[in-house]
Write a protein that binds this ligand. Sequence first.
Ligand code: PLP
Length: 413
Amino acid sequence: EQSMSEPVLLKKSNKLANVCYDIRGELLQTANRMEAEGQRIIKLNIGNPAPFGLLAPEEIVRDVAMNLPEASGYSDSQGIFAARKAVLQYYQAKGLVSATDVGDVYIGNGVSELIVMTMQALLDDGDEVLIPMPDYPLWTAATNLAGGKAVHYRCKEEDDWQPDLADIQSKITPATKGIVIINPNNPTGAVYPEHTLRAIADIAKKHNLVIMADEIYDRILYDDAVHIPMCTISNDCLVLTYNGLSKSHRIAGYRSGWLMLSGKKDHAQDFIEGLTMLASMRLCANTPAQYAIQTAMGGYQSMQALTAPTGRLCKQRDLAVSRLNAIKGISCTLPKGAFYCFAKIDRSVYPIDDDMKFMMELLIEEKVLMVQGTGFNWDLPDHFRVVFLPNLSDLEDAMDRLERFFAKKRLEF
Ligand code: PLP
């Protein structure tokens, strides 16, 4: 006699209750379905340079290929020596004095893995982390996944998206463990001046916060923008610097990033022990991709040719910004770094309640895929992010469609 019990529903864990990552969410799934049906979608949703013909420097690809025979084993959990040494030297050349040891560097499978590892090592249930709003949503997701609480501080659009220091101050509680800054910023393209970084460093010092500086766009700068690494500003707190080769060297698929510890470390030995243990639990980062790091860090930076005024990325930025600002009720600031615009929708012209639904309509009606502002933890349904990686003619095409879409949705007065 067989007992046939109903299978118990397999539900996702409660840990995922507050975890959200819309950049690869429902919109992308719909776009993929449409593509499978043979429709051509213009994808302005993901900061992945290679598919847009922004190819990796040849020396990087050759370097990885040449080292493949040597790279078939696990490496040290924190990464190969040459890569970690090159990372240290990169920041020392920019004025860092407090990190002196390759033991301060962890190589990871992209910055993403290191963000998740940091939050798992740092947070107990209910611990708070200050995260910019809008943000790159992995920071919020990783905080919540680790049982922490993401507390968002406002960046001010009217001030070229600079962090609101008073808002940061007002949101510090006894449970605040750390503060995240993303500079240059995704999704806004803001680059922070020295006085802003110093002010954040002072707040962090006063409240004994860990500073987590995501600087993955540090070599993607336009006009006269200069990037100042946070690790060269703050010596009085533990500073965690995150960076990698996904964007600057267009090898997002290799998964190559790093985390460097600097500043005050004596009080943080227990946390560092935890981080090191998590690094060893996942054995090591993809070894072949680690061989690209030393070559990438030294000498000529090929990104400069793309971001110079005559370069492809700069021209694409200028086109995206001017076409967006020409649409009635749409405005956007000029990005100084990275490759995104975070455009504002005037809701008195376009009455939107659900910005994800609005972006879904854009996808279905005009076959353009973009991510809604609330996907970046923005608190109102009145923004969207444009990735300006496509070449000028594809970008023109996308902007024509966008213009047509907004013209249809506009309230008539
Ligand atoms: N941090 C920011 C601000 C990003 O925009 C991205 C990717 O878009 C990442 C981190 C993740 O990068 P990685 O490819 O190194 O995991």
